[in-house]
Design a protein around this ligand. Structure first.
Ligand code: ZN
Length: 471
């Protein structure tokens, strides 16, 4: 084997996943001195090799002057792509100085939108390269917005995603312009994600687009999502007219957005929708938003919805929202919901009643005596045979406590989320706690669940379950 062949052979044995072995190989390669430089460069430019490039650069640093390596990499940057460019940029960002970093900006920006690792590198580094990076990014976005080809939006979205990481007023206009220029409506979801970091300053521009009759339906829907994320109370009133939109999807998204934004001025409109909108999703969204508002004027409409809405989806949302409220009326409605024909609504009502303890206690005690099957259905979602099987499983109980300091530390840990027994009122410390785990079969089927359970043995009530593990 010639000297060169031996070096190539060694380079081929480098393996990203075998660090120690690779370090040793690097030392062997370095021992060949100048003869190793050319084969190392050749391997480095070969694009199929990926993670090993970092080792190759390590070896090259040992063999040639570092400044020369840096200079060389920058000079050839325009003719390297993919992983080779990624590792070159990574190396240069790590070892180069500020002047070098600024020379790299055009290459980093040019690479955005085509390669996962290069995108990640741009996300991590560009925002730290300051004003020059920001200015060049804005120019790139402007150019990309003007392209007409069909797959331009992927890169545009990635550019915007990085743009909004800059904490600078300058980003607002180009970000909005880019959003307006989106051609592929399937990309709106990614833009909603990208705009998550945008501040409230962008709200008035977004509202202008909403009012513009030329804006497409999908663009408007996208903006509703963005405004829900920005949570600026002023935007709620501008969204109000959209509650009368002819499309139920738009009405329901606006109602959900109100839940996120939380402007109480829109409560009467949400109540109206909850009562009268013909579409299930709109009524669900309104029930959800009224729960998020935490405003007592929402209680009565939510109760009526829980009692009378024909759709179980809407009743489910209403009972879920009512758990945010307290008081005698709420308790009465939740007690009544224990009789809902849908078991899971009864279970949700049971859950909400656990935190209404003082007001609910006498009602629940009476029911426990007179109609125990109602209580059983709403509070005991697991079979007692299973509960007993778990608590008598010494091995399970022992192993569950192996990492913790006794069961009292578990009770302490869940203190804020634990409830008293809803029937007799025993506090969490007076209840029995143990670990439960679903059957081996369920774990094999990837639906396994395990966690801490508290029960009242006097009343035979499963009080709380805290999930710790699932697969
Ligand atoms: Zn009890």
């Amino acid at each position: 084997m010639s000297k060169k062949e031996s070096i190539v052979h060694l380079i081929e044995k480098l393996n990203l996943h075998r660090v120690d072995e690779s370090q040793k190989i690097i030392q062997q390669i370095i021992a060949y001195g100048d003869d190793a430089i050319e084969p190392l460069f050749e391997a480095f430019y070969h694009d199929e090799k990926t993670g090993e490039k970092e080792y190759i650069l390590d070896a090259l640093i040992n063999l040639i002057d570092h400044d020369r390596l840096v200079e060389h990499l920058i000079r050839i940057m325009h003719c390297i792509h993919g992983f080779t460019r990624y590792y070159s940029l990574k190396h240069l960002l790590e070892f180069g100085n500020e002047t070098i970093h600024h020379q790299l900006i055009p290459f980093i920006i040019e690479s955005i939108g085509g390669h996962y690792y290069l995108d990640k590198l741009a996300r991590d580094h560009l925002p730290h390269l300051g004003e020059p990076a920001l200015n060049q990014l804005i120019v790139a976005i402007d150019r990309q917005s003007q392209l007409q080809n069909t797959n331009r939006d992927d890169r545009l979205c990635e550019l915007v995603f990085i743009l909004v990481s800059f904490n600078d007023e300058k980003i607002l206009k180009p970000a909005i312009n880019a959003l307006k220029s989106v051609q592929n409506e399937g990309m709106y979801q990614s833009f909603i994600w990208a705009f998550k970091k945008v501040s409230a300053k962008v709200v008035s521009d977004l509202i202008e687009i909403l009012k513009d009759s030329k804006s497409s339906y999908s663009l408007k829907l996208c903006i509703v999502h963005i405004l829900a994320n920005v949570r600026d109370k002023q935007s709620a009133l501008s969204l109000l007219p959209l509650l009368n939109h002819s499309n139920e999807e738009m009405r329901s998204f606006v109602a959900y957005a109100f839940g996120d934004i939380g402007n109480r001025a829109v409560i009467p409109n949400l109540i109206e929708l909850l009562k009268t909108d013909p579409h299930i999703y709109v009524r669900m969204a309104s029930a959800n938003a009224l729960g998020e508002m935490r405003d007592d004027t929402a209680i009565q409409p939510l109760i009526e919805s829980l009692q009378a809405d024909k759709s179980s989806e809407v009743r489910r949302m209403a009972v879920s929202s009512l758990r945010h409220y307290k008081g005698v009326d709420v308790v009465t409605a939740l007690i009544q919901a224990l009789r809902d024909e849908e078991t899971d609504i009864a279970v949700m009502a049971g859950y909400a009643l656990r935190s209404q303890f003082d007001d609910a206690r006498s009602h629940l005690q009476a029911l426990h005596k007179e109609e125990p099957e109602l209580i059983e259905r709403a509070f005991n979602t697991m079979k007692w045979e299973f509960i007993n099987l778990c608590r008598n499983d010494e091995e399970l109980q022992k192993s569950s406590l192996s990492d913790v300091e006794g069961i009292s530390s578990i009770i302490d840990y869940y203190n804020d989320q634990s409830h008293n027994c809803p029937i007799c009122g025993k506090s969490p410390t007076e209840l029995t706690w143990f670990y439960i785990s679903s059957s081996p079969e369920s774990w094999r089927m990837l639906v396994g669940r395990a966690g801490w359970q508290s029960v009242c043995d006097d009343c035979k009530i499963q009080v709380n379950f805290f999930l710790t593990t699932m697969n």
